[in-house]
Ligand binder design. Sequence first.
Ligand SMILES: CC(C)(COP(=O)(O)OP(=O)(O)OC[C@H]1O[C@@H](n2cnc3c(N)ncnc32)[C@H](O)[C@@H]1OP(=O)(O)O)[C@@H](O)C(=O)NCCC(=O)NCCS
Length: 242
Amino acid sequence: MTRREPPRRSEPIHNQPLEVPGGTTFNFVADGIAAGSTAENAGKGADDDGDTPAGGGGPAPPLDYYLLMPLLIAPDVSYHASWLEGSAEFGDARRDGGGAEDWPLGGLADARSFRRFVEALRNDALPEAPRKPGHVPCTYLWVVEGGTFLGSLAIRHELNDFLLNEGGHIGYSIRPSARRRGYAAAALAAALPIARGLGITRALLTCDETNTGSRATIERNGGLYEDTRNGRRRYWIECGTQ
Ligand SMILES: CC(C)(COP(=O)(O)OP(=O)(O)OC[C@H]1O[C@@H](n2cnc3c(N)ncnc32)[C@H](O)[C@@H]1OP(=O)(O)O)[C@@H](O)C(=O)NCCC(=O)NCCS
């Protein structure tokens, strides 16, 4: 394999469709993001010889570059054990974009319960899916790498009053043991073209005044600060063109 320089962030690596319930398929191009991964086939983001990126233009990065890149996938039962480990790390600490608020962690150790949870997450993208009052359709994604669950990200398809003022379009969290390695920044970058595919041209991102990590994640992704409402800093990010 010929070693080449990793691509700049604006260059495509993968261009694979991400399918969600309801027949929506996102054709997106994003750094290090592959769709359809499972814990079993993790790491197969490149093409068969592992050298050239699937569907990407431009020079291929070295293989170890792929191995270090997180993937953004639709929730998948094959990550059960890793999801449980990662979720246990949060304890009572804040967790955004996971969608597990109403699912006690203890119950999700059961395989059938976990399957129902995963189905519920995937189905939440459907406008007709049942949901709590005041909640909008949402696409849940998991940040994974090498078969390990690293975190969660949620894209809310539209803004209601609460989301416009405080919640924003996109929420995310990275398991404590995987923080400060660039995963949140990479996951947010990869989520933007997916948001664009959902019709969100400008995404609202918010964080608490005191949340230094989230603030840096948003600003690193080009967030333009608008104002602070109820202690939440509000930023807009252009989601680009398709
Ligand atoms: C906020 C959070 C998602 C950051 O995840 P992460 O994977 O550690 O973030 P990254 O490694 O991608 O870092 C992105 C940027 O934030 C900075 N950062 C991350 N954590 C930080 C911290 N605790 N203090 C200061 N800066 C921090 C990084 O240095 C980096 O900045 P840079 O690009 O200028 O170097 C993670 O801490 C988390 O899950 N927190 C709990 C849930 C949460 O608050 N979610 C956001 C809700 S708005």
